[in-house]
Design a protein around this ligand. Sequence first.
Ligand SMILES: C[S@@+](CC[C@H](N)C(=O)[O-])C[C@H]1O[C@@H](n2cnc3c(N)ncnc32)[C@H](O)[C@@H]1O
Length: 218
Amino acid sequence: MERIKKISSLVDDNSKVIDIGCDHGYLGIELIRQNRNISVISSDISCNALSFARKNINREVPEAKICLRVGNGLDVIDKNEINTIVIAGLGAHTQIEILINGKEKLEYVDSIILSPNSSEFYIRSNLEKIGFYIYDEDVVLENGKFYPILKLKRGIKKYTYQELLLGPILINKSSKVIYQYYKNILDKKLRIYDNLPDIYNDKKESILSDINILKKHL
Ligand SMILES: C[S@@+](CC[C@H](N)C(=O)[O-])C[C@H]1O[C@@H](n2cnc3c(N)ncnc32)[C@H](O)[C@@H]1O
């Protein structure tokens, strides 16, 4: 639940939120419980996931008016229904694809909160395409897994390669979890580097360059 609590803490008061890929619906439940005048649309591409969410919502916050919608990404809303998008627990490529495919629905959106399952580098590298920049970043460690969380605001910022790799905001934060998160990325890259045959010379060079950036930062 720490991950859900962290994501919810990044949602502004008085927001109109869509939680895309809500699955169990816990984010919507948490947002309603916080009583911060936040309205929630919980959506999922899977009908089964939505029935699961419906059961949890009816049990936990039966009085709440959480709107449940089934469908792909931003297809389920009109652009004036929301000003905040949350997408958590999906792959980075799917998250960016959902935002690019639904770009015309972003007109009134001022915050986007993303927590990808993998490749936050890919998220950071593709934000210009949707016209948002990284306003805040954090990492949560839950059940032995690291979950990066990015809060985006409207606007364009150019990032250096180091900022794309380490996170332009995260790089300036320090905590035990953030240290462990970078160390975990470094260890993974060292393993890949050691196991990659020498014929993949270019790939090895680029991994080595990442390894040096990470080592220097740690
Ligand atoms: C691993 S769950 C994440 C649940 C929750 N957001 C969390 O972070 O704990 C991913 C959910 O995303 C849904 N999903 C995958 N692709 C989707 C899409 N294009 N549009 C809406 N939902 C999608 C899946 O059906 C699944 O329920």
